[in-house]
Write a protein that binds this ligand. Structure first.
Ligand SMILES: Nc1ncnc2c1ncn2[C@@H]1O[C@H](COP(=O)(O)OP(=O)(O)OP(=O)(O)O)[C@@H](O)[C@H]1O
Ligand SMILES: C[C@H](N)[C@H](N)CCCCCC(=O)O
Ligand SMILES: [Mg+2]
Length: 205
C-alpha cells in the first residue's frame, strides 16, 4: 500500500483491504509517534481483527519526519536492505509504506527501492480531486520505470469519475475502488461497510 503523499489515506485504505480480505497488516517503518498513536493500533481499532492479523512495526520512531530523518535524530540505525517479508498466518500481507514513494529510508534507499527489492506489487492511494492527475501519473511513472507491478489505484475523497477515467486511460492502471469523504472520524462501521464493496483479492490478478 503506497500513496501519492503522507496523509493521503493509506492507513484507512489498508484497514478496508485487510478487513475485506481477512489478511495481515504490517507497517515496517512508523514515524511520528511523538504526535500520533501510530498506524498499527489504528488498524486494530478500525478492523477489529485479532492480533494475529496485525504485525508490529520493524522500526518505531518519534519524530514526524521521513524514516531517514527521524532515525538520524534519534540515533537509530535503519537497515532496510536486510528487511525480509514476515511469515503470516493470514494472507494477503498488506504492507503500508511511510508517506509516498520517494521518501528516504536511509541516505541511499528510498521507499520505492524497498518495494522493488521486496518484489511487492503495489496498490496506490491517491486523492480524487484536483491535482491528482499530476501526482498519480508521476507516481505511476516511477513505479513503471522500476518494473514494479501495479494492481491498481484507489481514489479517496469527493467523487470524481472523470479523474478516475483519465487516470485509467493515461496511467494504464485499474481504478480499484473509490473511498468517499466520510463524515467525522472514520470508524469500524465505515470500514466494514466499504470492505464489503472491495473486489476480491483473486480478482486483482
Ligand atoms: N475518505 C476519508 N474520509 C474521512 N477522513 C479520512 C478519509 N481518508 C482519510 N481520512 C483521515 O485523514 C487522516 C489521514 O489518513 P491516513 O492516516 O489513512 O493517511 P496515511 O496516508 O496513512 O498517512 P501516513 O503517511 O501518516 O501513514 C486520518 O485522520 C484519516 O482518518
Ligand atoms: C509523519 C508522517 N505521518 C509519516 N509517518 C512520515 C511522512 C514522511 C514524509 C516525507 C516527505 O515526503 O516529505
Ligand atoms: Mg498511515
Amino acid at each position: 500500500m503506497t500513496g501519492t503523499d503522507t496523509g493521503i489515506g493509506k492507513t484507512l485504505t489498508s484497514a478496508i483491504l485487510t478487513k475485506s480480505w481477512q489478511g495481515t497488516y504490517w507497517k515496517p517503518f512508523q514515524t511520528g509517534l511523538a504526535e500520533e498513536a501510530g498506524d498499527t493500533p489504528t488498524i486494530g481499532h478500525l478492523t477489529g481483527l485479532s492480533a494475529d492479523h496485525i504485525l508490529p512495526p520493524t522500526y518505531a520512531l518519534q519524530a514526524p519526519l521521513s524514516p531517514a530523518a527521524a532515525s538520524a535524530l534519534e540515533g537509530v540505525t535503519l537497515e532496510p536492505e536486510h528487511i525480509t517479508l514476515p511469515q503470516t498466518t493470514h494472507s494477503p500481507l498488506i504492507v503500508e509504506g511511510a508517506g509516498g514513494l520517494m521518501v528516504p529510508l536511509t541516505d541511499n534507499m528510498l521507499m520505492i527501492d524497498l518495494i522493488a527489492r521486496l518484489g511487492l506489487p503495489v496498490i496506490l492511494v491517491t486523492r480524487s480531486g484536483l491535482g491528482t492527475l499530476n501526482h498519480t501519473l508521476l507516481s505511476l511513472e516511477a513505479l513503471y520505470q522500476r518494473g514494479i507491478p501495479v494492481l491498481g489505484f484507489i481514489t479517496n475523497g469527493p467523487e470524481s469519475p472523470e479523474n478516475s477515467q483519465t487516470l485509467e486511460k493515461l496511467g494504464q492502471c485499474r481504478a480499484l475502488h473509490h473511498i468517499p469523504l466520510l463524515p467525522g472520524t472514520p470508524g469500524p462501521d465505515d470500514i466494514s461497510q466499504i470492505a464489503a464493496q472491495i473486489p476480491s483479492w483473486d480478482s486483482l490478478w
